[in-house]
Design a protein around this ligand. Sequence first.
Ligand code: SF4
Length: 408
Amino acid sequence: MLGVVVFREVGSSTVRRPCCALYNKDDPPHWPVQVTFERYSVAAQPKPRNCAQDLLTWYDRHRRVMPWRALPGKSPAPYAVWLSEIMLQQTTVAAVKPYFMKFMARWPTVADLAAAATDDVMAAWAGLGYYARARNLHRCAQMTVSQFAGRFPGTEQELLSLPGIGPYTAAAIAAIAFDQRCVVVDGNVERVMARLHAVSEPLPRAKKKLHALAASLTPQDRSGDYAQAVMDLGATICTPKSPNCAQCPWAKFCAARKQGIAADLPRKSPKQKTITRHGVVFWALDSKKRVLLVRRPPKGLLGGMLAFPTTLWRPKKWTPSEACKAQPLKSKWTPLPGVVSHTFTHFHLELEVWVGRAVSTAKASLADATWAAVESVVNLGLPNLMQKVARHVGVQARPQAKSRVRRA
Ligand code: SF4
């Protein structure tokens, strides 16, 4: 019988000396000192082929049904895989599904998407957040048409040359759409690897190690299915707070389960305190009950999106005279009570809302300004933050309202 023996010497300090030994419990060896010993079971070492095979068998029975996933035995559509992977960056599956369906219905091919107006793509994306992704999505569709004749390239290297496709997304598309052997590591995969191998080093320091562990298990065959299987395992069984080890196809290999530390992994370095930034947003009305909108600069937060004019967002609160310097037109401004709060990835934002009436719309000082009827403004595909501003002023969404935008 194979065991790990813990030596405990009587009458002196404890000595722990793990070793492997063959022994027969009815005929123990003659120990040089009097000892007590316990036997520990050892987790089966994760053998790449066994791990991958067990997981794929589980996946064939339990795979999640997703609108972008090919049915078993069918080839995946690269356009659907790419679109879903871009949408899923920083966003949950549940949030992405309706957007994916909407995009596929409106632009069923990459050529259709490439030919769409940027404003239409941005408006259809509104609410999904991280708007740089929408701009890159559109540019990527256009480049795929112009440089690859409308067919997505099949290698990680070529995919990386397209806008909005980083190392993770390139690996995921190459694996899932083209069945290339690529190492696909997202947060789910990191968690599963940390537990399977009981990696106690905290993230993000452990990233390289976890990637190497993921690489060591990635099979040559069915690597697209394998990538999706690990993601599914992380999303449905090896979940962040309560891993369901009893149902896990990797339970027999899992070191964290054996040690009883699964829910504690992966460890994370202490979070830095989220900073708060402040700004003033201007709700500028004209005599026709229209509100002023501007197109934000293409780079930066909410880049390229329609928005109400604001000051910069900075750590210090704005004094009235400072904020007035950023007003889009001359007006007598009245601050509304309260603030609009919104949390971005790296900071928390608090916006004061100032309401003012333009004496003459010709004075709008911003080159890229438009006016929109107040009652329809929430149907223009504004980003969530700006929807919050509209709600703060008291404008509610009307799903069927027709929107009208006219240049200032
Ligand atoms: S056994 Fe538990 S901790 Fe280990 S991989 Fe499976 S679900 Fe995660």
